[in-house]
Structure formats: C-alpha cells, structure tokens
Ligand binder design. Structure first.
Ligand SMILES: Nc1ncnc2c1ncn2[C@@H]1O[C@H](COP(=O)(O)OP(=O)(O)O)[C@@H](O)[C@H]1O
Ligand SMILES: [Mg+2]
Length: 234
C-alpha cells in the first residue's frame, strides 16, 4: 500500500501538486491527465527530484520522502523517464550492470539478474549492442530493463508507450502486465494512451491542475463525466 498524503509541490509560483491525497493498492495503477496536470511531477516527487512543500508518501509505515534519492533506489524504487536515458557508447548489458552497481547488488548476483531481465524484455540477442545502435523500441526496453534488473518494489513508468508501433505496444502490454507476477513489483504508469491504460491498469488516477479529480477502477474512471471533460475533451 502506498499512501500519498497532502503532497504539495511548487515550482516558484506554479503549484504543480496541490495537497494530493491518494491511496494505491493495485498492482498496476495508471496516472493520466492533461498536459501540465502534474503527472511527471508526481513521479519526480517519488524519486526525489521535485521541490516538495508539504505532505508525505507513506509506504510500509515509512515516509519515503525522508530518504535521500539514492537510498530510495536502494530501498526498491525505480523509474523510467519520459525521455529515455540511454548512453550512446554503453551496451544494453552495461546499462543494467551500472544500475546494479549503484544499488550495491553483490557482484556474484549481477549476471543472473541481467540474464533474467534481458530475456524478460526480449533483448537477450542485443545484450552487447551499444546505445547508439538501438532502435527506439530497443531503447525503451533497455530503459525498462534498467528498472527491473534491481528487482524493485515499485516501478514508475513515465510514458513508456510513447512513439511505439502497435506490435511493439503488444509486447509492452505483456511486459507491464506480467511484472507483478514475475518480479513482485508494483507499477505506477503515466501515459497518454487511453487504450494502453485501459488494457493494463487495474485502477487509474486522474490529475488536473495538480489535484486528483478521479480515482478508481480504470473502466469507471474513463466513463466519469469530469474526466471526459478535463481529459478526453468532451
Ligand atoms: N522544472 C520545472 N520548473 C518549473 N515548472 C515546472 C517544472 N516541472 C514542471 N513544472 C510545471 O508544473 C506543472 C506540472 O508539470 P508536469 O508534472 O510536467 O505535468 P505533466 O507531466 O502532467 O504534463 C506544469 O505547470 C509545469 O509547467
Ligand atoms: Mg509529463
């Protein structure tokens, strides 16, 4: 259970999150809302890169915000970025090993973790391919592999479906849906693609101007009149 309590973030005069309250229990939770609603800000608040002015994020009885960012990763939080963070001259495997090194995973356990996750995301044949030679889908999968290789408790995905073809989206759906069963990780996922959200998210939260305007089973939320008005443009 993740409890977001009265969480506020302000960038100068801009209130990006406005005393947000949200309790998350489902395995894959969607986060949607119009541009500028505060979705990325919320993922940044989790990982330690947002100017928080109040509130807390309580997980397992601990306020996550009390931990410095690098300790949050060690504790079991991982995230992917809206813009993939792939280095041109590092191989797929090197990216994953760097994450394991940063987390302090024992050296002897690293190869097994890398093999398992490469197979899971379908990149086993590309373990030695350098970042500059990966196509956009392979970069996206490398980004997700970096998230999963540490066997995190919580994974934050910021627009993982951006720019993927329909066939690639099919693979992404499988990877997201099977993550809880395979790795035991809970996923919080931001995306614009309502079809993707509908297919993979058990529940969905909707932000608008830094406030929660709806939360519940995804199907119900997408039917909600306030959501349609704010987000789906009706
Ligand atoms: N680094 C920043 N500096 C100033 N304002 C920011 C910054 N990041 C986000 N904002 C503002 O905070 C609000 C929420 O942004 P964001 O979380 O990126 O929205 P979303 O991801 O839902 O599109 C917007 O008004 C945005 O302009
Ligand atoms: Mg965003």
């Amino acid at each position: 259970m993740i409890q977001i309590e009265n969480l506020s973030v302000q960038y100068g005069g801009v209130v990006a999150l406005d005393a947000l309250n949200l309790s998350i229990t489902h395995d894959v939770v969607g986060l949607i809302g119009p541009n500028g609603a505060g979705k990325t800000t919320l993922t940044n608040a989790f990982s330690g890169f947002a100017p928080i002015t109040g509130g807390q994020i309580v997980i397992e009885g601990m306020n996550l915000l009390d931990l410095p960012p690098h300790k949050r990763a060690r504790w079991g939080l991982s995230r992917s970025f809206q813009k993939v963070q792939i280095v041109d001259d590092l191989s797929v495997q090197d990216h994953m090993l760097a994450v394991l090194e940063a987390k302090g995973t024992p050296r002897k356990d690293r190869a097994t973790a890398v093999d398992h996750v490469l197979a899971y995301v379908g990149l086993s044949a590309h373990r030695d391919t350098k970042g500059e030679d990966l196509n956009p889908y392979q970069k996206r999968m490398t980004e997700i592999a970096k998230c999963l290789v540490t066997h995190p408790k919580i994974v934050l995905l910021d627009e993982p479906g951006g720019g993927l073809s329909e066939a690639e989206m099919q693979d992404l759906r499988r990877i997201i849906t099977d993550t809880k069963g395979t790795f035991g990780a809970q996923i919080i996922m931001v995306d614009h693609d309502v079809d993707l959200i509908r297919d993979v998210c058990t529940s969905t939260a909707v932000l608008d101007f830094g406030k929660l305007i709806a939360f519940g089973p995804t199907h119900d939320v997408l039917q909600d009149e306030a959501v349609k008005t704010a987000y789906l443009g009706r």
